[in-house]
Ligand binder design. Structure first.
Ligand code: PLP
Length: 474
């Protein structure tokens, strides 16, 4: 270290000196003493690093207080709202389903007030958490009984653990799926304490494969909806109805894990058909599991519907207590399920369905509405046009069915680095804008942009530092 560098380091103010400035006093009032002190330490550390690397003069206490203010103002919540313009409607990394207004209101009310979570209002005695949903779920699915847990992974785990702990669980080799986020069927089986018995082959499984595997030590037969992939070519699987009959004959319950599992026939809204829970129940599976935040459009949850006697056994499993859902989600689930009792207005009220059913013409018109403002905002460095694209349902639902959509298609007139810098700047906004980079362009698929969000999107874009971007990435 040269004498001069050591000299400017010596001039760096101490934390106490910065805390004593007028601006730091204001910061403490706004953010508290602890957070302000932390931020001051951070900017002093940064200044020290810089002084070691350069010959600059040390900043004064006022300058450091100002930098600390910028740090504190820039500290934004991680879970703040963003614009999902990825084109994937149920994006697992972006929180899957956006909830219906009725569900939001119900959750907020449950947060603000005491609720009869486990209290029977009729006779003033202890009630059951599941009572709020049982009737709704049974009505919507045709099942005898129902229960709800943290998510569908938990639902499968709980079923396996209840019926196949220390026993065998029979499953086709063609259905040993892995879902994003490390949900692997063989691993879940092991953790549930079940011995996995694989039958058939990757592409073909026959009734006799199951029959030959069933014996006195079989605890459960599992059928898994291969949500996120399809096997094509020479294939054979045993249909749920036939498998239910085989399992029944052996006195073993069949669990049909639907994954997404819809409560309504989606073809009614112009979408590809996904097996409904009601159909799965009617086919004879004794237990059916499905997610709350996939096609159903509610909060994260896992449902188990089926025979009363089996659901009773599940409810007596001590693991059920560890996997239960809280009042906020129960309130939101109940409100979401209620919407399904009026299928005619479902697409208006349930954002997931509304967004999935949106017509391309509508999205394209929206893109043209936003085009000029967007181009104006991004300036000369980029070109913007309206482009055709394909949206995806996401969360492994309907993996091969894409939805025709429209996007604002942004290209850099300069380097690709500048496009990456734009994507990064969009992610850094107070309300981040998340698109998708493909074929050398940034695609902002507008399928998930509600009309009411158009003005907030443009307001967000107004905060974009386009000039700063150009200097960083020429
Ligand atoms: C998504 C899925 C799961 C896991 O559901 P989560 O609600 O995400 O826990 C399990 N099985 C299948 C078939 C799925 O598609």
């Amino acid at each position: 270290m040269t004498e001069r560098e050591a000299g400017s380091l010596r001039h760096l103010p101490a934390v106490a000196a910065v805390l004593a400035t007028a601006q730091a006093t204001q910061l403490q009032e706004r953010h508290g003493r602890l957070a302000t002190t932390d931020a001051i330490r951070q900017v002093i550390d940064e200044a020290r690093e810089l002084l070691r690397a350069s010959k600059a003069a040390a900043p004064g206490a006022d300058e450091l207080a100002q930098r600390a203010g910028a740090v504190l103002d820039g500290r934004q919540a991680g879970l703040r709202p963003l614009f999902n313009l990825t084109g994937t409607v149920l994006h697992t990394n972006l929180g899957r389903a956006v909830l219906a207004e009725a569900a939001i209101d119900a959750a907020v009310a449950a947060m603000r007030h005491a609720v009869a979570l486990e209290y029977d209002l009729a006779d003033g005695e202890r009630g059951e958490r599941d009572d709020h949903l049982r009737e709704l779920l049974c009505g919507l699915t045709g099942a005898q009984d129902a229960t709800v847990v943290n998510n569908n992974a938990a639902a499968v785990l709980l079923c396996l653990n209840t019926f196949a702990l220390g026993r065998e669980a029979v499953v086709s080799r063609g259905e040993l799926i892995e879902i994003g986020g490390a949900f692997r069927m063989p691993d879940i089986m092991t953790r549930a304490g079940a011995h996995m018995v694989e039958v058939g082959t990757t592409n073909r499984t026959h009734p006799a494969d199951y029959r030959n595997a069933l014996h006195a030590d079989t605890g459960i037969v599992l059928k898994v909806h291969t949500s996120n992939y399809r096997i094509q070519g020479v294939t054979a699987e045993v249909a749920a109805a036939e498998l239910a009959a085989i399992a029944d004959a052996a006195g073993v319950p069949l669990l049909n894990d639907l994954g997404s599992g819809s409560l309504v026939d989606l073809s009614r809204y112009g979408l590809a058909r996904e097996p409904t829970v009601r159909e799965a129940v009617a086919e004879g599976a004794r237990l059916v599991t499905f997610s709350g935040d996939k096609l159903l459009g509610g909060p994260q949850a896992g449902f188990i519907v089926g025979d009363r006697e089996l659901i009773d056994r599940i409810n007596r499993n001590p693991l059920k207590r560890a996997l239960r859902v809280d009042k906020l989600r129960l309130a939101a689930i109940e409100a979401t399920l209620r919407l399904y009792r009026d299928p005619d207005r479902l697409a208006e009220r349930l954002p997931t369905l509304r967004v999935l059913a949106r017509h391309k013409g509508d999205i394209e018109a929206q893109a043209h509405r936003l085009l000029a403002s967007m181009a104006g905002r991004l300036g000369e460095a980029f070109t913007v046009e309206v482009g055709d694209c394909l949206s995806q349902v996401g969360s492994g639902a309907l993996p091969l069915d894409t939805l025709a959509s429209a996007a604002l298609l942004i290209r850099s007139r300069g380097s690709q680095r500048r496009l990456d810098a734009l994507a990064a700047a969009l992610r850094a906004l107070p309300r981040p804008v998340i698109g998708r980079i493909a074929d050398g362009a940034l695609w902002l698929d507008l399928r998930c942009l509600a009309e009411a969000d158009e003005a907030p999107l443009l307001a967000s874009l107004a905060q974009l530092d386009v000039e700063g971007m150009a200097t960083h990435a020429p």
